[in-house]
Each structure stands twice: as C-alpha cells, then as structure tokens.
Design a binder for this molecule. Structure first.
Ligand SMILES: Nc1nc2c(ncn2[C@@H]2O[C@H](COP(=O)(O)OP(=O)(O)O)[C@@H](O)[C@H]2O)c(=O)[nH]1
Ligand SMILES: [Mg+2]
Length: 537
C-alpha cells in the first residue's frame, strides 16, 4: 500500500512527537495494537483528512468538484453518489474500487474524466472508492465525499457513519482523561493475532480529522435530524471549532423577499441566514459561510466554456422586457421563444442556474467587451468560493499539525483500550502523560480542553467557555489573548493576570472537571507569558 502521500513529511512538530511516541511504544505492545500504531503512523504522515458531510443533495459532491477544481465527483443520482470517495494526491490520475474484503480494482474514468456513475461490480461488496488525482490542492488536504446522513438509504448512512468513526468509535473521546470505563471492542479479540486490524481498531483510526458541514436554507425535519445526529456523533470525538466549519450552500436559491432585512439582495439574505445557522451550530462550528457551489464548480472545473459565454452574450442583447420574463422561472427560461437554442439554454441552467445566468448577463451588459475568461472569473467571484477556501486554509491547513496529532493520540488511546490488556493500557497512558507534560506539546492538551468545553462534556459559565475557545482555537498570541495589535507589555501583563486567575479558579470554586480544564488554561497563559518574555529578549 505504498502511495505518493506516504512520502510526505509530518504536518509539524506535534505530529512528529506523536509519531515518535508510537514508534517507541511499538515493541512494548501486542501485535494487534502495534498494527494499529502502524496505521496511526501512516495517517500522521498523510495530508489532513477533511470529510464533506451533510444532508443528501445539499451539494456536497458539487463543492468537492469546486474545491478540487475538476469535475470528477458524480452529482445527483447514480451508484457512486451513494459511496464514500476519498480524493487524495497521486502522481497519476486513477480511481480504485476498494472492496470490503480489502481487494482493489482499478476503475477507468468515464469519457468526461469523471468517476463513472455506475460501477460494473457487485455494489454490495464495495467498501469505498479511492481517487488519486494530480491536483495541487490535494497535496496537503485529502477530501472525503460522503453520501450524506440524511439519506433514506440505510446502507449509505452506514458507510458515512463508518467513515466518520461514529460506529463504536466513542473510545476516542477518552484520549486524554485516562479514565477507564469502556470495554467495547472485546468481541473481536478472540480472532487470530495477525497483523490485520480488527474492525474496532480500524474504526478507531479511520475517522476523518476535520469536517466541512454542508447545509442549505430549507431546514426540514430530517435535515435537522441529520445535523443533530452528525453533531452528536462528532461531538464525542475531536470535532469542535478547531476542525469543523460549515458552508450554507445553494445561496442562489434563497428567495431574498422571504428574509427580513435582506433588502431584496440574495447575498445579504444568505449572510443573514448563515448567521442564524451559526448561532444554532455554535460553538461546534466557528462559522457558516454562504456559497454557491454550482457556480463555483462550473467556474473552477472548466465546466464553463467559451460557447457558454457566447450564448450568454446573445442573451445579453435581448430587450429588458423579454429578459425579465425569461428569468421568472427555469421553465419559462427554457421554453420562451428566443434565438438561443433550447438545448443551449438547458445547458446554461445546469451549469449556472438562473442566478448565475443573471449575474453573467448583468456583467456582459455592463461591459460587453468582457472575455470568456474574465466572465468565468466574475462567476467565480460571485460564487463565494474564495471565502470557503480562505476558511479552509485558516481553520484546517494552518492547524493541521495540532488536529492530526490530537486525532492520532486519541486513536492510540482507543487502540490501547481495545486491547483489553490493563498493563498495556497503563504503559500507553503513561507515555502520553509524559509527552503532554512537555511545553511544546501543551497545545494538544489545550485542544482537548477546548473540545471538552465546546462539546458540553465539561460545563463552564459562558464567559469562561468563550475564553477557553479564544485561547484554544487561535494560533496567534494576539488573537489568543483577544488583544491583537496591542503592545507587547500589555499582552504580557494580561497573560500573567489570566494565568493567575485560572490557577486560583482551578484550586477554588471549580468542579473537578472544570478544575482540570482550568489547569490547562492556566498553563496555556503561563506559556504565552513565557514566550512573550523570550520575544522581548
Ligand atoms: N442552484 C444550485 N444548485 C446546486 C448548488 N450546488 C449543487 N446544486 C445542485 O444540487 C444537486 C445535488 O448536488 P450534489 O452535489 O449531487 O449533492 P450531494 O448529494 O450533497 O452530493 C445537483 O443537481 C447540483 O447541480 C448550488 O449552489 N446552487
Ligand atoms: Mg454526492
């Protein structure tokens, strides 16, 4: 199983420290646990795994195509939309079907360069698809397309849950507290002691490390259910504002007149709805970003052609009355008497939908000289994709090291738990404690404390929870202290003051669970203070 991604370096010092721990522990644990550690090591050196999750038909695959910059994921119906597909970097474009028994079979792309919509294999035997693409975006991000939790098809839901590590994956949550209650996973123990991973262990290491939730405006009952199920599932793991962001997709389909304060503007309406959703999802998701996945896909993946631009130019020449009538609905747009062939109009609708078509024609009317390339860039701007990319960079890429290291440590603990050997469990626990006591690994403890608080596992008064969130989810000291741009001396004094406050809170007035978090926050402030002092020379 050698892939190009394996040669990649660790995301950073935290990942390297956890990798070192795995390597050191390997000779001291059972063959089965050691096999799990090998898998953890492999994952540590691979790019961050981001799952795109959400209700079926929310536009997940469309967004995946937009992000990768290539129309490769099948959208709408078809067998493959019911499968988990992992898009990762490779030196040659290739798709593999991975069967449940571990067998693999190379799958040709279809004529359009997409993953074929229907597999000519026994669908029930299929575990998932692996797509290797040469796209640069995938060098430090593996994107995982999921069928969606709101799907009515039980098998698709199961596949998604397995990927996210929901099924039986709760052991990961105990990563740092070292408590010892779970015994799940025992049923697999009687099997032979070969190096293969049992399902429990596989589950413990297989989950995605970060999540992009895709939501849409129309919140139906099953939509909310899917989100609730998903949030519950990920809350018991490491998901939190550090590794979960949300996109409000299909912003173009929002009727602005139904949103108070939108002034009839689609983007304003979308932003207002996104804000509301952010309040609902808070604090698990830091931000909800409106986006038009379809426009982004067409503009980014070569779907929008110069022939499309020519057709739009023709439409831009229509008189206002005709044009406004045609834009009233998709049906009218296609059926209205007009020189642009019906087939061409249908194609434009598929690629841009009415909102995108209106955008393009407005742009062409304002500037008839606009080239096809410039028009494509306008559409990309109108899609809002840049903001999603920016957030992915800020939230995931920049913190890949901490996220990956935390997920790996959680897996290591889960593996030791699943072994059912108390001695082994203790050895692993002790080794993790030694690692976490080092100042350079404190970031990991802080991430865990943050997750405990934001998931509600440890209750904190709102203002304190917000402070933990601020300190734990920012990389820059100014941001951590909420005092960006202030003089060093002020930062230093504040860090010291808060360090003292959290220490006394840990000793007096806190519950035992709060106290554990408080100690971590105290130390975080102390380390910040120390760092500021070193910087000051
Ligand atoms: N109007 C509009 N349609 C979209 C948008 N994003 C996706 N779609 C359409 O929604 C349908 C479902 O998209 P798909 O990506 O297959 O959803 P998935 O099931 O979540 O993967 C497809 O017909 C897409 O073209 C969008 O931003 N605007
Ligand atoms: Mg899909």
């Amino acid at each position: 199983m050698t892939t190009a991604t394996e040669q990649q370096h660790m995301a950073g010092p935290l990942s390297a420290a956890v990798a070192h721990l795995c390597t050191r522990l390997q000779p001291q644990v059972s063959a089965r646990t050691a096999a799990g550690f090998r898998e953890v090591l492999r994952r540590l050196s691979a790019p961050l795994q981001v799952a795109v999750a959400g209700r079926i038909k929310s536009g997940k695959s469309t967004l995946v195509n937009a992000l990768i910059g290539r129309r490769v994921a099948p959208t709408d119906v078809g067998e493959c939309t019911r499968l988990v597909t992992r898009y990762q970097y490779g030196t040659v474009d290739r798709v593999e079907v991975v069967f449940k028994d571990g067998r693999k079979q190379v799958l040709p792309f279809d004529v359009g360069g997409m993953i074929p919509n229907d597999l000519e294999v026994d669908f029930d035997e299929v575990s998932h698809l692996e797509a290797y693409l040469t796209n640069a975006v995938l060098r430090d991000l593996t994107v995982i397309d999921t069928p969606g939790l709101g799907s009515l098809d039980a098998a698709s839901v199961k596949r998604t849950e397995e990927l996210l590590g929901v099924a039986g994956g709760s052991a990961r949550h105990r990563a740092f507290d070292g408590t010892d209650e779970g015994t799940e996973g025992k049923e697999d123990e009687k099997e032979d002691d070969d190096a293969d991973l049992d399902p429990t262990s596989r589950n413990a290491v297989a989950g995605a490390e970060a999540v992009l939730y895709v939501v849409t405006q129309g919140v139906r009952a099953d939509d909310q259910q899917a989100l609730a199920a998903f949030t519950a599932a990920t809350a018991s793991r490491e998901a939190g504002p550090v590794n979960a962001i949300a996109a409000l997709n299909k912003a173009d389909t929002i009727a602005p007149e139904s949103v108070q304060g939108s002034d009839g503007d689609v983007w304003k309406a979308a932003s207002l709805i996104a804000e509301k959703q952010a309040a609902t999802l808070k604090p698990r998701v830091a931000d909800v970003i409106p986006v038009i996945g379809l426009l982004a896909e067409s503009a980014e993946s070569g779907g929008f052609t110069s022939a499309d631009a020519d057709a739009l130019r023709q439409l831009a020449a229509l008189d206002d009355a005709t044009w406004e009538t045609m834009l009233m609905s998709a049906d009218i747009f296609v059926s209205w008497e007009c020189d642009v062939p019906t087939g061409t109009r249908t194609r434009l609708l598929e690629k841009l939908d009415l909102y995108g078509i209106r955008c393009a024609v407005d742009a062409l009317r304002a500037d008839p000289e606009l080239t096809a390339g410039a028009l494509r860039r306008r559409l990309l701007d109108a899609s809002g994709l840049a903001k999603v990319r920016g957030r992915l960079d800020a939230v995931f890429r920049a913190r890949a090291d901490g996220i990956k290291a935390a997920a790996a440590l959680a897996s290591v603990t889960a593996l030791a738990h699943a072994s059912g050997d108390a001695g082994e469990r203790q050895r692993v626990h002790d080794a993790i404690e030694v690692l976490l006591a080092k100042p350079e690994a404190h970031q990991l403890r802080l991430l865990e404390a943050l997750t405990l608080v934001t998931s509600g596992a440890v209750n904190m008064p709102d203002d304190l929870a917000e402070e933990v969130l601020r300190v734990g989810s920012n990389a820059d000291i100014g941001d951590q202290l909420g005092m960006k741009g202030r003089p060093q001396r002020e930062l230093s004094a504040f860090a010291l003051e808060r360090a003292g406050w959290w220490r006394s809170f840990a000793s007096f007035g806190a519950t035992p669970a709060q106290s554990r978090v408080a100690h971590v926050v105290h130390r975080a402030y102390f380390l910040i203070w120390q760092q500021l002092r070193e910087q000051a020379g």
